[in-house]
Design a protein around this ligand. Sequence first.
Ligand code: NAP
Ligand code: GCO
Length: 267
Amino acid sequence: MIQELFDLKGKVTLITGGTHGIGMAIGKVLGSAGAKICVNDISEEKLESCKKEYAEAGIDVYTLKFNVTDEDDVDRGISQIEKEVGDIDILVNNAGIIKRIPILDMAVSDYKQVIDVDLVAPLIVSKRVVPKMIEKRAGKIINMCSMMSVYGRNSVSAYASAKGGLKLLTSNMTCEWAKYNIQINGIGPGYIATSQTAPIREGGHPFNDLVMTRTPAGRWGEPEDVGNAALFLASKASNFVNGHVLYVDGGILANFGYVKGENDIPE
Ligand code: NAP
Ligand code: GCO
């Protein structure tokens, strides 16, 4: 019974930007549950190099180059997946970028680029994929939100605007598509150790101290922490969960913070 609940055997899954980081972690977990994993990227090199790591996890990944911000490129890519692999059962809108620039220093073009990848692209890819899910009266869409869907911080205005919008786009997708037995949810990772956060985590960056004190779990998240949560939202176990953002953040959103050395909880 329990195995059947999380069995994704034969489910065609597209993870955008799934060649490394959180997307790859999701691919490995869903692939280990039997899903047929398809990943796209804009880098041929990353598409090629990810195959080995997926293979080491026992997953024969299908890779395809297309830019999630380009409607024609998305249509071409999804059509090729539908032809060569099958109609998509599970869509993970994972591809994303961040630009850490204070508002007054940021070019509007930079702001628009982040919005395009992190907010408009999930709309483009979902609009192209969902008609087949509606026909089948079944589907799972997971939008990669963030704790920045609810928090801002200096220098990430474009990113937080996009992720905040993606939280509400998830709500609106639910309002329009849940009646077709499609579950659309978000995942909101906290601070996860990937290439995207390396600049603020490594080399003694002070931001690392902030994350360590603000996160009750006392650690950075690992991509697998997000992958494991994705299994729940991709499986039958979440068939009545809709429009929800599942925060995978070690408790950071529950914690206003404390003064180090005062009221420390004993180890
Ligand atoms: P990452 O290592 O930077 O991976 C992002 C992926 O998206 C890369 O494979 C990137 O490809 C791809 N991508 C970017 N633009 C694209 C485009 N136009 N078309 C197709 N693919 C594109 O980031 P990550 O840390 O794994 O994050 C994955 C997702 O989780 C992102 O949406 C991010 O915002 C979100 N998130 C991350 C954290 C965290 O702490 N790491 C926390 C909350 C949310 P290239 O490498 O070739 O550019
Ligand atoms: C930052 C980080 C965050 C993470 C993540 C946190 O600069 O604050 O990159 O934005 O990527 O979104 O949940």
